[in-house]
Design a protein around this ligand. Structure first.
Ligand code: TXA
Ligand code: MG
Length: 355
């Protein structure tokens, strides 16, 4: 792909610079690519109803063309043009969680090109909880396809600098709105399934959804790491969220976990490798070898979620060969964190015992 100059603009959602948003919207309307912050991760936007524009996303990311894109909208009224039918439960979920970190899948209308949905007859829709993102969506025509703004196979970007690392010279513009709030991608809920099914866990949890709309199933590839079934979200089959280093998760009682990570780290360092450790506030003082990163306090799953991808990228940046991470709690957004961590680990998990 030929290289272009990528413009980077700072935006502040409290006093939004409409000049910049308008210019970015014009780029999108003309079929260009603009990366922008959302509350979950940075997205790489293109006009979702323009097949050629959507296709540019695949080229810039190096993304397999069968992996469908999420269409982002800014207003509930926009949904009728792209979704064939919006069931009552979906309306209730939209009312409760939009704008927010929830993506819902519907039968698509003829307006949505197959190039946007990876050849599927369904379309994934989300309304992000970020003022600049919604202003940009409106300025860009109302329907913006946006996968995470990383090179395919790398951890999703949680800052504009991460986007630059991966996509500088390949896209028209990056809107820099600072670090994102949540740090892991949205929950994906398939509303064409009965009962509705979670294809990817996120900040909107199964419990939150069930309280509102009754029974919700979870794709078994999300729960059962060893499952050989194909995930229902095409993107979940790829070993993505992946750092360059070989990552292993260690679970068990806190003291056994720490002992096992110290032992494994010692072994790899003795063999001449660079080792990174993902520790917690409670344990960080116990490690004296390797590159040690504290991801937050145990039990503070939201902090852990917001730091995970950034830490994996930092380890990539300093050429770490092996990463050992403690396992974290699965409360709330913790189930999404463990889902991404285990994916990044290629499901490599060691039980240190004691639990
Ligand atoms: O939080 C998010 O959802 C972020 C921000 C930018 O909004 N976006 C995001 O997009 O994570 P992406 O492309 O990285 O992940 C989209 C996932 C993929 O696993 C894809 O396979 C799945 O959604 N998906 C999209 N459309 C689908 C459909 N019609 N049926 C099943 N899965 C679908
Ligand atoms: Mg992604």
């Amino acid at each position: 792909m030929e290289s272009m100059k990528t413009i980077v603009e700072q935006i502040d959602f409290r006093q939004m610079n409409m000049d910049i948003i308008t210019r970015a919207g014009e780029i999108l309307r003309a079929g260009g690519l603009v990366a922008f912050p959302t509350e979950t991760v940075y997205g790489l936007g293109a006009d979702a109803l323009n097949e050629q524009a959507a296709k540019k996303i695949y080229a810039a990311k190096g993304r397999p063309s069968d992996n469908p894109l999420i269409v982002h909208i800014a207003d509930m009224e926009a949904i009728g043009r792209i979704a064939e039918a919006v069931p009552e439960k979906a309306r209730a979920a939209a009312e409760a969680f939009w704008p927010g970190p929830l993506t819902m899948i519907f039968q698509k209308t003829g307006e949505v090109p197959m190039g946007t949905t990876g050849g599927l007859n369904t379309v994934a829709v989300r309304m992000p909880d970020h003022n600049a993102a919604r202003a940009l969506i409106r300025a860009g025509g109302g329907y913006i396809a946006a996968p995470s703004a990383n090179t395919s196979g790398r951890p999703s970007p949680t800052t504009a600098q991460h986007v630059e690392e991966d996509l500088n010279g390949k896209i028209d513009m990056i809107l820099d709105g600072g670090a994102v709030e949540i740090g892991v991608e949205s929950t994906i809920l398939d509303m064409t399934a009965k009962p509705p099914m979670i294809l990817r866990p996120g900040a909107v949890t199964r419990e939150m959804l069930e309280e509102l709309i009754g029974e919700v199933a979870v794709d078994k590839t999300v729960i059962d790491a060893g499952s050989h079934a194909a995930p229902k979200a095409p993107g979940m089959k790829y070993r993505h969220y992946a750092p360059k280093a070989e990552l292993t998760v260690v679970e068990g009682s806190i003291s056994r976990t720490v002992d096992e990570i110290i032992r494994l780290t010692g072994e790899k360092i003795a063999e001449g490798f660079k080792v990174g450790i993902i520790a917690t506030e409670e344990t960080v003082g116990r490690y004296s070898m390797g590159e040690v990163k504290c991801i937050g306090a145990r039990g503070e799953e939201e902090t852990i979620a917001s730091r995970l991808y950034g830490i994996l990228r930092e380890f990539d940046g300093i050429g770490i060969d092996y990463i050992y991470s403690e396992a974290f709690g699965r409360e709330g957004i913790g189930s999404a964190v463990m889902n991404r961590l285990l994916k990044a680990a290629g499901q490599r998990i060691i039980d240190a015992g004691g639990k």
